[in-house]
Ligand binder design. Structure first.
Ligand SMILES: [Zn+2]
Length: 458
């Protein structure tokens, strides 16, 4: 029987040691994008593995991938009638350049006031520390009330290129009821946040070509359809006046936002004024019938990411360009599928591109969206744990971005993820002077201790 009080007291009494261990972890410059840092990646992985062993975990291993290794460990002593939580994390960090903008050494964590400054302090060595220390505190207080598996990868900051294959190869090892991903943060220090939806993405290059070479616009203009003009027309035709995407069937599989979801999203302090201030645009243009936040988190989009054609240098050149190209991506929501959307895009182009030009569509990448049922026991447990710790019900958020590992765990393992974390918006993630707010981190630790206990149900 786990004693919650004992675990919370243990966590509080050991804060200084936890910070010392976090500093040790931070001291390993595990920058995944740097090919020369491979020994540091190995060292960081070994450090994590040692910590997992010290928690009494079984089957602890540093497992190879085609890139940086993955650290795994499990603790299944709670027994088969208790749920299994897969704790996800990444031990890699972003580069530290430009170094001159740091006030302190990025790899020698320094506490100033309530903040600890260093690369990885928030994203996400600090979050890993919290998750592992929650397990340690519970182990000291009678044992883990649920089963846990831990997967800490080393390539998140470069897009997790080898994780998909790793998950597929280790299906049984990773089998679990819910994944806890503490790599997203809080909206504000007093606002615990649960992210339950992420958009997928599919990315294209659309290439148009007309004449076999650039032409003189005086000699041929008027008789030859200009590919730059065609591209503009084709791209402009992809949205209607309401901001809706016009590709036939684009919305067929879109799961509508429920009234309950919309009410929850409306609780977030992310209103029109917020987005105006963040972006500096003169006016917003959400999809008709939706708030900006709903449009970002709950609706699919089609964006032009880049356009190029003809003469773009200084001065003038009367050219009728031979080619025009657009980079186009779509953010997808459940239950859209990247390949199906690709085919719909193709059908739109078949109808929209005139016979005066050739066209080619290249699909560059595709990833699935994900949505976790907010009424799953694990989500309810996290919600209660946050309320007990922060004295406030968390807000539920759907993010407009993509976290590939979440969709991979959902599609390959059938394991939904609950995303949270105890970083703050001003933590300077990926930037100079990254920091973590220690009092918030300690609340995070209490939250995760409570989460495991509530989920274990005794
Ligand atoms: Zn991260």
């Amino acid at each position: 029987m786990t004693d919650l009080r004992l675990a919370l007291d243990f966590a509080q009494a050991n804060q200084a040691r936890f910070v010392a261990e976090l500093k040790e972890f931070i001291r390993i410059p595990s920058i995944s994008t740097d090919p020369a840092a491979m020994p540091e990646m190995q060292r960081a992985a070994a450090w994590v593995a040692k910590k997992l062993r010290s928690l009494g975990m079984q089957n602890v291993a540093v497992l190879p991938t085609a890139g940086k290794p993955v650290v795994f460990g499990e603790l299944l002593a709670a027994g088969p009638d208790k749920p299994t939580v897969l704790v996800y994390g990444h031990y890699d960090v972003q580069p530290v350049e430009p170094l001159e903008l740091w006030n302190t050494d990025p790899f020698e964590a320094v506490q100033i006031g309530e903040n600890l400054y260093a690369r990885g302090a928030s994203d996400m060595k600090g979050q890993i520390m919290v998750a592992l220390k929650a397990i340690e505190a519970l182990q000291q207080a009678g044992g883990m009330p649920v089963n846990v598996k831990v997967l800490i990868e080393g390539e998140e900051e470069i897009g997790s290129p080898n994780l998909n294959a790793f998950i597929a190869e280790h299906r049984e090892l990773l089998a679990s009821d819910i994944a806890l991903n503490p790599d997203t943060g809080m909206i504000a220090p007093d606002l615990p946040t649960i992210t339950y939806g992420l958009r997928g993405m599919v990315y294209f290059e659309l290439r148009l070509s007309g004449p076999k070479q650039d032409l003189h616009s005086g000699m041929y203009g008027g008789a030859v359809h200009n590919p730059a003009q065609v591209l503009c027309e084709v791209v402009a035709g992809m949205h209607d006046a309401q901001g809706r995407v016009t590709l036939p069937g684009f919305y067929d599989r879109v799961r509508p936002l429920s009234a309950e979801e919309r009410a929850e999203l409306a609780r977030l302090p992310l209103d029109e004024a917020f987005y105006l201030e963040q972006t500096g645009v003169p006016a917003l243009r959400p999809e008709a019938g939706y708030t900006p936040l709903e449009s970002i988190g709950g609706r699919p989009t089609l964006e032009v990411n880049g356009l190029i054609s003809g003469f773009t240098g200084e001065g003038q050149k009367t050219v009728l360009p031979a080619k025009a190209m657009a980079k186009i991506s779509m953010r997808l929501v459940p239950d859209q599928e990247p390949e199906e959307v690709h085919q719909k895009f193709r059908r739109y182009l078949e109808a929209a591109v005139p016979p005066t030009v050739h066209w080619e569509l290249v699909k560059m990448s595709g990833g699935y969206p994900s949505l976790t049922d907010r009424h799953l026991p694990a989500v309810e447990a996290l919600c209660q744990a946050m309320e007990a710790t922060f004295g406030k019900r968390p807000v539920f958020r759907r993010e407009g971005g993509s976290v590939p590992v979440v969709a991979q765990m959902q599609t390959i393992l059938g394991t939904p993820s609950v995303l949270t974390g105890f970083g703050l918006p001003d933590d300077n993630l990926h930037a100079p002077n990254e920091k973590t707010h220690l009092p918030t981190l300690w609340k995070g630790l209490d939250t995760l201790i409570r989460f495991f206990v509530i989920l274990g149900g005794d």
